[in-house]
Design a protein around this ligand. Structure first.
Ligand SMILES: Cc1cc2nc3c(=O)[nH]c(=O)nc-3n(C[C@H](O)[C@H](O)[C@H](O)COP(=O)(O)OP(=O)(O)OC[C@H]3O[C@@H](n4cnc5c(N)ncnc54)[C@H](O)[C@@H]3O)c2cc1C
Length: 395
């Protein structure tokens, strides 16, 4: 098994985590990324204890903690009045054995990439946009738009929510616009209203919209996100420029200091996109190909778990390869262990949207806390591996 040629398509959070987990267990992998350089969008990402277990195990947890700085108390607040509806203390290490961090995505990607490249400097091949594949009983051949063809024994599709690998292997599917538009921006902390700086991690919930801000890089940057219902079709993608006036007008009745934060967004740094939803895959694996992260289970951001679940997938994939005698066995262990969990979070994220944005007669609803949904209690380093078909636990 250790000599298996493993191709990973996509060098995002899922693909790099998968590479790191497989390297940890002694496998040599190649990551094919379409971009000319490894880069991430300027936005925050929450890494909760379930994913931190894996990052600690893989040796990047300390760097992540250093980059993020200490987390604090989380507040759910009324959209208009700002009244505190609920608080959550920062007691994650005591409760779950791992910390909760708010990170700049660039810092997370850099931590993963440098660990992967330190293990194997030739691991990541940039400017490789996957186009198609053919597989038979011996091998799989992937073709890239730069004309390259790559032969491997297995291929892991980590190419995100608009996955071409998924389309090649499982066919095109209906993609639904969720009727939700997200805005994102980063604001220098010095420009954020003092009232928000005191308690910098808060989510404002109200009918049809929520607004979230939390600090990054030792409280030097405020990450800003708004997600609201917008029936008209909106473009997909992370990098669609938007005007601050548009954001401010849709959120015009927001708690005034939070609205001030919207107005503090530096010109030219606000982006928006329409959220798409895809149905969960009924199987992740076909022959020599399996899917991981958003490519397998693209999810809406309402539980802040897309990256965390991709990291969980990666950890379990590495363990499955280490435990198996053949790649079909490894894929069966991976899919058997992950499908219910990951698809379950994907569907829970949809329900969360209805809870936190649906309240009209009952007043604002902070939604079910991810802690109460059992999300953070999962540990991908120790969860028993269960084969998809046989349903047997092997460790
Ligand atoms: C508003 C918002 C907030 C979020 N907040 C959080 C949060 O707080 N916590 C959290 O856990 N998650 C969060 N997420 C979700 C999270 O960002 C994603 O789930 C995560 O990035 C998925 O990782 P991935 O590697 O599967 O996909 P991606 O990060 O999309 O990476 C895919 C990679 O594949 C590459 N690629 C694509 N096509 C090809 C191709 N044809 N050939 C080669 N390479 C290709 C891309 O360039 C990219 O590098 C949020 C998402 C949104 C929209």
């Amino acid at each position: 098994m250790r000599g298996t040629r493993i191709a990973i398509i996509g060098g995002g959070i899922g693909g790099l985590s998968a590479a790191l987990a497989l390297q940890h267990f002694g496998f040599r992998v190649r990551v094919f990324e379409q971009a000319r350089e490894l880069r991430e969008v300027g936005a925050g990402v929450v890494i909760s204890p379930n994913a931190m277990h894996a990052l600690n195990f893989l040796g990047v947890g300390a760097r992540i903690a250093r980059e993020a700085g200490p987390a604090g108390m989380y507040f759910s607040r009324h959209f208009q009045s700002g009244d505190v509806l609920k608080t959550r203390p920062n007691d994650f290490v005591e409760r779950f054995g791992a910390a909760y961090h708010q990170l700049h995505r660039v810092d997370l990607q850099a931590a993963l990439a440098s660990a992967v490249l330190q293990n194997d400097p030739g691991c990541v091949l940039l400017d490789h946009c996957f186009e198609s594949l053919v597989q038979d009983s011996e091998r799989i051949v992937a073709t890239f738009s730069n004309g390259a063809t790559v032969t491997s024994e297995v291929l892991i599709g980590c190419d995100g929510s608009t996955s071409k690998v998924r389309a090649c292997v499982f066919g095109d599917e209906v993609v639904n616009y969720t009727g939700q538009v997200a805005f994102r921006a980063l604001v220098p902390m010095a420009d954020a209203p003092a009232r928000l700086r005191e308690n910098p991690f808060a989510m404002f919930v109200g009918a049809r919209r929520y607004f979230l801000h939390y600090p990054l890089r030792h409280r030097t940057i405020m990450n800003v996100i708004g997600v609201g219902r917008e029936p008209n079709w909106q473009q997909e993608g992370w990098r669609i420029p938007a005007a601050v006036e548009e954001f401010a007008s849709i959120y015009g009745d927001l708690y005034p200091p939070a609205l001030q934060l919207i107005h503090a967004i530096p010109p030219g740094t606000l982006f928006k996109w329409g959220l798409r939803d895809r149905e969960p895959l009924s199987q992740y694996t076909k022959g020599r190909v399996t899917m991981l992260g958003d490519a397998a289970h693209p999810m809406t951001p309402f539980l802040g778990q897309g990256a965390c679940i991709a990291i969980e997938d990666a950890m379990v994939l590495g363990r499955a390869f280490a435990a198996a005698d053949s790649f079909p066995e490894a894929f069966a262990l991976y899919e058997g262990t992950r499908k219910e969990r990951a698809n379950g979070v994907q569907l829970a994220s949809r329900r969360q949207a209805d809870e936190i944005q649906g309240a009209t007669t009952r007043g604002p609803n902070p939604g079910t806390d991810p802690v109460d949904r059992g999300l953070y209690a999962y540990n991908p380093v120790t969860v028993p591996l269960t084969a998809a078909d046989a349903g047997r636990a092997v460790s």
